[in-house]
Design a protein around this ligand. Structure first.
Ligand code: AMP
Ligand code: MG
Length: 503
């Protein structure tokens, strides 16, 4: 019989210099219990059907790892809300190993909330059940939307309480990611290299590791490090565009929360926008709006500039030349982002790609969303229904709450959209709109309701929400999901204005 141990191999981070990690102490949970096991993801990873064994439960709850193995906590630095922190690292997380999936991709298996490590500082090394279920819901929602993201394989209750403002049940999340190397890992490497002053040894080792694992096609190429940087810039540009297209606000885009592999990572006070507001912030710790919806592209670019600073010695021995190469490459971010956003919007609006009439229509759309404050998801959903032949009332009703001028502007927008799309029709229009405009998103009030119920031991709302988010484009909704429930925006009294960093 094959056991999960046969699939879970030791982490390749161990081949990096010792500065990059520290042994994570074993911290067994008093009474570990499965809360969620993601069978679909387990199957995708090639795990055996009966993978959720007591042995796996032990490993995934922070207990003793497979025989002869040792979990490791990864070191990294980071700019948190713009402030430099030279040593962050996995304070409450550990790498258990990695899995090569049947498709040939390698995935990290990483625990969060598994106990304090060398990097814990004053933290307790623990995580609350509701924070881990929140990451489960939102990361799986991102996967359902086909946006690059880390995944959630399991949530295990530890049976031990966690103390925040009050007492919470504790849990460990198992996160599956293509990489746990962050911009902050490169900052850590460069900072250590600078302290030693004998060349960019750690930075080079880390870059080589990332190229081998994530960009093998670049290995050995001329200017491979610059090409690597360019590839990371391009992936981030596409990723942020994908967030913007579904109204996703990450909330904590610190450099230690930005993945080299271009996946969405570290789900804290993140949320999907309901009514449109380009300055929307959910995180209670982001009063200044540094990570607001419309700041995400400039902040990603800022983070990527921090990444470039760490790589300069690898770009060119001449500082001035290295800087010029870095700047030229980073300048690629904006056009790549704009192109990805425009491409996505063309699909959402059912427009013929690259048509000259698209740009003014899209500009008009942003103005309308801004003044009309319409629900972002429903705006595209109802337009899709108009494209499918529905009458315009439901679309125009999105603007009922705002003034008559906004409703009139909505009617004008619709007229212009009809004019632009009337000319040359293309048969895939409706299919494209349906495939890019979700029917259901992880609305914040539904997420909070599911978490509140889970805290009381009722997982039914959590399961129901997760099931709907698996295929968010399903149209019409399946009969077991009545309209106006998971799809509808919150009523005024249901609105969640802040998502606490409650971890
Ligand atoms: P995050 O906000 O989850 O990205 O975490 C930022 C940093 O704080 C990381 O270095 C975490 O490992 C650390 N951290 C967060 N919560 C805890 C905790 N309860 N115990 C120890 N370290 C923590
Ligand atoms: Mg983090």
């Amino acid at each position: 019989m094959t056991s999960t141990a046969d699939f879970l191999r030791d982490t390749s981070y161990r081949a990096l210099p010792a500065e990059f990690f520290a042994a994570a102490p074993v911290s067994p949970a008093p009474s570990p219990q499965w809360v969620v096991f993601n069978d679909a993801l387990a199957a995708q990873l090639g795990l055996p059907q009966d993978a959720a064994t007591p042995e796996l439960l032990e490993w995934l709850s922070g207990g003793a790892p497979p025989a002869g193995r040792e979990n490791i906590a990864l070191a990294y630095s980071g700019h948190q809300f713009g402030g430099w922190n030279p040593l962050l690292g996995d304070g409450r997380a550990a790498m258990l190993g990695e899995i090569v999936a049947p498709d040939g991709s390698t995935y990290d298996v990483h625990l969060k909330g598994s106990g304090p490590t060398k990097f814990a500082r004053r933290g307790d090394g623990r995580a609350t059940l509701s924070a881990m279920l929140r990451e489960y819901i939102v990361s799986e929602a991102m996967a359902g939307l086909k946006i690059p993201t880390t995944r959630a394989l399991a949530v295990v209750a530890t049976g031990a309480p966690v103390y925040r403002e009050t007492t919470h049940p504790g849990a460990v999340l198992t996160r599956i990611a293509r990489s746990h190397v962050r911009v902050g890992t490169f900052q850590y490497a460069a900072n250590e290299d600078a302290r030693r002053d004998d060349g960019p040894k750690l930075t080079r080792a880390l870059a080589d590791h990332c190229i081998a694992r994530h960009f093998p096609e670049l290995a050995g190429q001329k200017d491979a490090y610059l090409a690597f940087y360019g590839a990371v810039v391009a992936r981030q540009a596409r990723l942020i565009a994908r967030w913007m297209l579904v109204g996703f606000i990450h909330g904590v885009m610190n450099t230690d929360n930005m993945s080299i592999a271009g996946e969405t990572i570290d789900f804290g006070p993140c949320a999907f926008m309901d009514g449109f507001n380009r300055r929307q912030v959910f995180s209670s710790i982001d009063a200044a709006g540094r990570y607001a919806f419309n700041r995400q592209a400039p902040i990603a670019s800022w983070n990527l500039a921090r990444l470039a600073e760490t790589l300069l010695p690898l770009f060119d021995p001449d500082d001035a030349v290295a800087l010029r190469k870095a700047q030229e490459t980073l300048e690629g971010f904006q056009p790549a982002y704009v192109a990805a956003l425009a491409h996505g919007l063309e699909r959402k609006l059912g427009l013929k790609p690259g048509d000259s009439a698209n740009e003014p229509l899209i500009a008009r759309m942003w103005r309308l969303l801004e003044t009309g404050k319409a629900d972002f998801t429903l705006f595209f959903r109802r337009l899709t229904q108009v494209a499918a032949g529905a009458d315009e009332t439901a679309f125009l009703d999105l603007f009922a709450e705002t003034d008559a001028a906004a409703r009139e502007e909505a009617a004008n927008f619709l007229a212009e959209w009809r004019a632009v799309t009337a000319g040359e029709d293309f048969p895939s229009r409706l299919a494209l709109m349906r495939a890019s405009n979700p029917v259901v998103i992880a609305r914040n009030h539904r997420v909070e309701q599911a978490l509140a119920a889970a805290n009381e031991g009722d997982l039914a709302p959590f399961w129901r929400l997760c099931a709907a988010l698996k295929d968010p484009f399903q149209d019409p909704a399946p009969p077991e999901r009545p309209e106006d429930d998971l799809e509808a925006p919150p009523r005024p009294e249901e609105r969640v204005h802040e998502t606490f960093c409650g971890t």
